[in-house]
Design a protein around this ligand. Structure first.
Ligand code: PGA
Length: 227
């Protein structure tokens, strides 16, 4: 089974031309399955082998201004979709909404990538970490076959901070998620770059990476996906 590397462009770049150019500079050939998640506005125009969305609405159609549905993503041949990213949770998304979104995505045969993570400091003790992750997983996966959901473990303090968790910690948490919740594929995310990616990918239970900042630099990202 190939490891999976997902580029989360977040709200970047500003123009369609820049987005197309960035995608064109990312290698198509890689030993990994590589997915680009551009901003929603560019989803149908960015061309790459595997494309994912960064979020989806909970509804399929109707009076829901501003939302994008799983049905619409499916009609664009979108294969993956992030759910419950910490930046969405910071805006008020909760586990119940994440769970709804996962169910809708599965209905339309799109692979959900449930993002989980904990709090803001490195100082938390392990039990607290396990408590928070356990609750996010229990609620997020409620009524869903966990084998169909990819989980991305991203400690909130590691996102965009330049301070990743250790590969050993990622491995330990990935093993916990798999054994306790029946998930088959666990990714690590948070300050991944071309100098640390290899060590994370070498972990047995870490099945891939979710890359933010470094995925906006084609040269860096190409190193990550070619290692
Ligand atoms: P980062 O972001 O790689 O910039 O830390 C990861 C993410 O938010 O998915």
């Amino acid at each position: 089974m190939h490891k999976l590397i997902i580029a989360n462009w977040k709200l970047n770049p500003t123009t369609l031309d820049e987005a197309k150019a960035l995608a064109e500079h990312i290698n198509e050939i890689s030993p990994y399955e590589v997915v680009i998640c551009p901003p929603q506005a560019f989803l149908s125009s960015v061309k790459y082998r595997h494309v994912g969305a960064q979020d989806v609405g909970t509804e399929v159609k109707g009076a829901f201004t501003g939302q994008t549905s799983a049905a619409q993503l499916a009609s664009l041949n979108i294969e993956y979709c992030l759910v419950g990213h910490s930046e969405r949770r910071a805006l008020g998304e909760n586990d119940i909404a994440a769970n709804e979104k996962i169910k809708k995505l599965l209905q339309y045969k799109i692979r959900p990538v449930l993002c989980i993570g904990y709090a803001t400091s490195v100082e938390q003790d392990e039990l607290e970490v396990i408590d928070v992750l356990g609750l996010q997983l229990k609620n997020g996966l409620n009524g869903v076959d966990p084998a169909h959901v990819i989980v991305a473990y991203e400690p909130v303090w590691a996102i965009g901070s330049g301070k990743p968790a250790t590969p050993e910690h990622a491995e330990q948490v990935a093993l916990y998620i798999k054994t306790k919740f029946g998930v088959n594929k666990v990714l690590y995310g948070g300050s991944i770059n071309s100098s640390n990616s290899e060590k994370f990918l070498a972990q047995h239970n870490v099945d891939g990476l979710l890359v933010g900042g470094a995925s906006l630099l084609a040269e860096d990202f190409n190193k990550i996906i070619s290692n």
